[in-house]
Design a protein around this ligand. Structure first.
Ligand code: FAD
Ligand code: NA7
Length: 537
């Protein structure tokens, strides 16, 4: 039964990134609900508010890293380069927020510290860092899947007398121009930073734990007429994106690398290298790079050869050459390996020569060298997917916390709801799609909006059972095990955080299949969800 008690709001949305912004808009403007958004940052934008490090940009190409729900906005918003950089994405999101007059319903500088379900009234109470609390019938957690920073526990880290900064907390006043800079981490963020920083700093020391496969991004100015060309084809483009696997705006290959000879493989890899984009290299070349070890090795060997051809110093080239399978989130950067030919850039492999401590003056490695630095940048990534959930006291039925519920691993049904937390939805929760994310966010926001519409119509709570959740986990595990991704340690399985249990955290079946499931579920009267009825025991 729906509570008869009046709540402060009908719905509370936590987070003002791509997810929270669109969700606040749909619940407020489509359903006419009273909605309040809370965001701990001083501005909207989520990822693109926080990540202001030099070189921060999308690695989804410009036409596809945006909302698709507003046809007019698609026509109005231009782009000048193949990829959009952080200031432009932030400007875009600011524009969306103003366009729909959403700002007035977001409370900024407000961290949500607790989200607690009251079984007597069937309502949620949301507590904030300001000591206030607000009630609502629905809560949508749009906390971000790459938003809880991972700060490594290195001895002496607090003693550093220069500037110590995580890439996702880049201070406005920090310039690295002409400085001696060190960076720990060479993932997607680290490699973007390294390429940009090498042009600005007096000296850059890169502390690399794992060598990475990176391909060119193909970034550069868009050609004449290119933007208009996309604009005239947007309806078909989005149709293709929504029905594809990784949703990156290209047709995924249907040819297996094992079905062609070596010369053809080389030709296809070279064409992809010249075209640019990490996901294209992994999924646009052949259809088995991420699943067949032989095909994966062919792609990996191609990139390793490029490293050997590019990097002049053989020892640096050796250290940069990965030996593990090509099975992390694919990276792309323009000129990443070339950077190491610059005299002002030094690579330190902390696998071979570990960091012993951070001193007031810099970073000391096992070989006894103290690398003196003015700025030390932590490009060490995030406690991905469930990180931000565990930083809030979220309690559902029976006072069970989300931390307890996810003691073994973070789980959910469809990345949207988790058992025991009625009327609480997640955007990009555990085991949601692994894709270019804005189209997946749109799919989830729209589905959540449909679920709330239904709950409003029928009255009562909406929730999922443990059985449904377990079955979805099983589906995601089966698909993940069919791929090579579990063969490497990365945030995709929670392997980057010391002490975090490795677990499947994504649905790797693709956006097209995911959307197909959502439609099927809806057609079967929301199969798997219980709406306005007691949940099956
Ligand atoms: P976010 O944008 O992360 O927003 C979540 C918000 O919730 C944050 O603002 C956070 O402050 C807020 N929040 C969290 N906890 C609380 C709390 N307790 N109280 C109040 N507020 C809270 N994806 C792609 O598809 N393509 C790309 O090219 C790409 N590039 C990326 C580059 C970087 C550097 C990073 C970090 C991520 C990138 N991503 C990319 C992933 C990106 O996070 C998503 O595309 C998208 O921006 C996620 O939007 P979101 O709204 O779900 O989460
Ligand atoms: P990633 O991909 O998790 O990369 C983090 C990097 O930091 C990676 O090279 C890690 O090495 C390294 N790292 C992490 N912890 C440590 C410690 N303790 N010591 C040394 N080095 C460490 O995060 P990103 O921010 O680059 O990218 C995340 C996503 O955001 C990305 O996919 C985009 O979607 C945007 P490792 O490789 O694990 O050995």
């Amino acid at each position: 039964m729906t509570s008869t008690q009046t709540t402060d709001f009908d719905a509370i949305v936590v987070g003002a990134g791509f997810g929270g912004i669109y969700q606040l808009h749909t619940l407020r403007d489509k359903l006419g609900l009273r909605v309040r958004g809370f965001e701990k940052g001083a501005g909207i934008g989520g990822t693109w508010y926080w990540n202001r490090y030099p070189g921060a940009m999308s690695d989804t190409e410009s036409p596809f890293y945006r909302y698709s729900f507003d046809d007019e906005l698609l026509q109005e918003w231009d782009w000048a380069r193949k990829y959009i950089d952080q200031p432009d994405i932030l400007r875009y999101l600011e524009t969306v927020v103003d366009r729909y007059d959403l700002r007035k319903d977001f409370r900024l500088n407000t961290e949500v510290t607790s989200i607690v379900f009251d079984e007597a009234t069937n309502t949620w109470t949301v507590g904030t860092s300001a000591g206030e609390s607000f009630t609502a019938r629905y809560v949508v957690a749009a906390l971000g899947l790459l938003a809880a920073t991972n700060i490594p526990d290195i001895p002496g880290i607090d003693s550093f007398e220069g500037r110590l900064v995580h890439t996702a907390e880049w201070p406005e006043d920090l310039s690295i121009e002409g400085k001696r800079v060190g960076v720990i981490g060479t993932g997607s963020t680290g490699t973007q930073f390294i390429v940009a920083a090498a042009k600005q700093v007096s000296h850059l020391t890169v502390f690399q734990r794992s060598a990475q496969y990176s391909v060119p991004s193909g970034n550069g100015p868009v050609g004449p007429g290119e933007v208009d060309g996309y604009k005239s084809r947007f309806p078909e483009i989005w149709e293709q994106v929504r029905n594809s696997g990784v949703a990156f705006g290209f047709e995924e290959s249907t040819v297996a690398a094992t079905d062609v000879d070596e010369a053809e493989r080389e030709r296809v890899f070279q064409a992809a290298w010249d075209r640019g984009n990490g996901f294209y290299f992994m999924f646009g070349t052949f259809n088995d790079i991420a699943i067949n070890p032989e095909s994966n090795e062919a792609a990996a060997a191609f990139i390793r050869r490029k490293i050997a051809e590019t990097v002049k110093d053989p020892e640096t080239a050796r250290l940069l050459t990965p030996t593990q399978p090509y099975a992390k989130r694919p990276l792309c950067n323009q000129g990443y390996y070339d950077v190491y030919n610059q005299d002002n850039v030094k690579l330190v492999s902390i696998k071979e020569n570990p960091i012993v401590e951070i001193t007031p003056r810099g970073v000391k490695t096992a070989d006894g060298v103290e690398h003196e630095l003015d700025v030390l940048v932590l490009a060490t990534g995030f406690d991905a997917v469930d990180g931000n959930y565990r930083r809030i006291d979220i309690r559902g039925r029976g006072g069970v916390s989300v931390d307890e519920h996810w003691a073994d691993a973070p789980t959910s049904f469809l990345g949207i709801m988790t058992a025991g937390f009625p009327n609480m939805f997640m955007i990009l929760g555990p085991n949601g799609p692994f894709t270019n994310l804005v189209p997946s966010i749109e799919a989830q926001v729209e589905f959540i909006t449909t679920l709330v519409t239904e709950a409003e119509r029928r009255g009562g709570l909406i929730e999922v059972s443990q059985q449904v959740e377990d079955e979805w986990t099983e589906t995601c595990t089966t698909i993940a095990n069919y791929t090579l991704f579990p063969k490497t340690d990365s945030w995709i399985f929670g392997a980057n955080i010391p002490g975090k249990k490795h677990a499947v955290m994504f649905y790797l079946g693709g956006l097209g299949a995911y959307r197909g499931l959502l439609s099927e579920i809806q057609a079967k009267d929301f199969e798997g969800f219980s709406i306005g009825q007691p949940i099956p025991a």
